[in-house]
Design a protein around this ligand. Sequence first.
Ligand code: TNX
Length: 549
Amino acid sequence: MAKALNLKGYVVIALTFWLLWSGQLSAQPALIPYPNSLRATQGYLTLPKRVGVEAQGTKLQFAKNTLQTMLSDLCRLELSEGGRTDIRLKLTTSWQASTEAYKLTINQSGILIEGGAPQGVYYGLMTLRQILLSAQQHSHGIKLPYIQIEDAPRYRVRALMLDPARHFLPVDAVKQYIERMSYYKFNTLQLHLTDDQGWRLAVDKYPRLTEVGAKRSNSKRVEENGYYSAEDLRELITYAEQRGIEIIPEIDVPGHTAALLTAYPELRGDMHPDSTFVLGSTDNVMLSATTPRVYEVLDDVFSSLARIFRKGSRLHLGGDESAIKRNWATSAEHRQLMQQLGYRSAEQLMGYFFERVLASARKHGFRPMLWCELDEIRMPASRFLFDYPSDVALVSWRMDLTPKCIELTQQSGHELILAPGESAYFDYPQYAGDLPEHNNWGMPITTLKQAYTWDLTSGVTAEANAHISGVMGTLWGEAIKDIDRAYYMTYPRALALAEVGWTELPRRQWTRFAKALPTVLDDLLRSGIPYRAPFELYRTEGRHLDKAM
Ligand code: TNX
């Protein structure tokens, strides 16, 4: 028996050496997120300097242009017309699979990318992009390993969130950020447009929202005083749509509203009558739930958003960190309303407030979302802060509370997106001692490995978790002053999240991911993207990848 095993061992070792020697193992391209089915076969295709591309119909025009840019930027190859076809892009509309599914085949006949929709073809191209990055360049062309990939995402929603409310991020910077997200198959970008430190959405009827609410200082610094016009947002939406990304605007109410309340103090109702609010330092204040004007203004805001976003788009309405005890609970008007409604706790007014606000969002054709808040902000929490209507998608976020949010939404049937502080808060530092000037604001560390190894759904059946539609990485902007800092906090952790969202659990493997990273990071660097170098993974020359933090 032992002898047989030994013999088997020798055969395996010999085979491994042979494969390494013949270049088969080293030819494995660095793919992130890792595909859900991949078969490498023996052999190579050499793409010539002038490449023949065939793309069916106008629907694939954008994909074809993307391919052309990719080939010329990454490999200095050009498209040739009329000759033989090396790369085929194809829509296979009979596919029942998700619109994001694709097949990528590289063999002796060339490269074939098929998708049930243009989005799938685009993702096939993004995988090809990474294969090109790993490929060997020769004087006569580029050598690609034969491969067959059939791929579709684990989760429907794979999101990142930027916070231009705290520090404004200009349109061009956001576009570049969107393009890069799409390389890693993210399909959603939430824009946190309003908060205590800034209101970043121009609404014609309310000029003070941006004249006052977007002005943190008298300087010309765009990060303090910028905002998006309707035109800016339309431009972003189209740019994102072409790359398969849905933009979700967030108007955070009734807390996180100091900017709105500074611009329009009448929305305070009877709260804080003698205070002067200072944009950037006033926080923990709330909109009045008893003032009719509040609902009118919000309805107008949603109406102007409805002229920018497609019907049926999502709209996030916040609902997080409302300091109810110190605002509504101390106001005579709110206590009176509670009495009228027979409420015993001021928290119940959240139900009243959102019933009206959500009705208005729905009227304008939006699908509403809220942050998932529980009756306690730490365990033991036992139920939702208030009864969320069933059409609201929730996003869980607080440290330790995600399992409870999963359990409650499972029972109530709410759609749930996971953005747990433990692994998906990319505003948190990623390594001890990193960025010390911003570490002391009390945030815990979220390492790359923590982001990668996250699986809060393990041990729970797929059916029980069918209400979980995806994952979101958040980049809260208190300390993110510009897009370079946003990139530094995003990458490489968003690569880990991309794989959490896309790749089925059994195929996720930390060691393979860590090995693929340098090739992907190299590409970020060549594009001038200042990611954080995860030196801690490699300081032992890769010998202890598993033990690295
Ligand atoms: C909590 S997460 C917030 C944000 C802060 C963030 C800082 C959430 C729904 N609210 O307002 O920016 O923590 O990490």
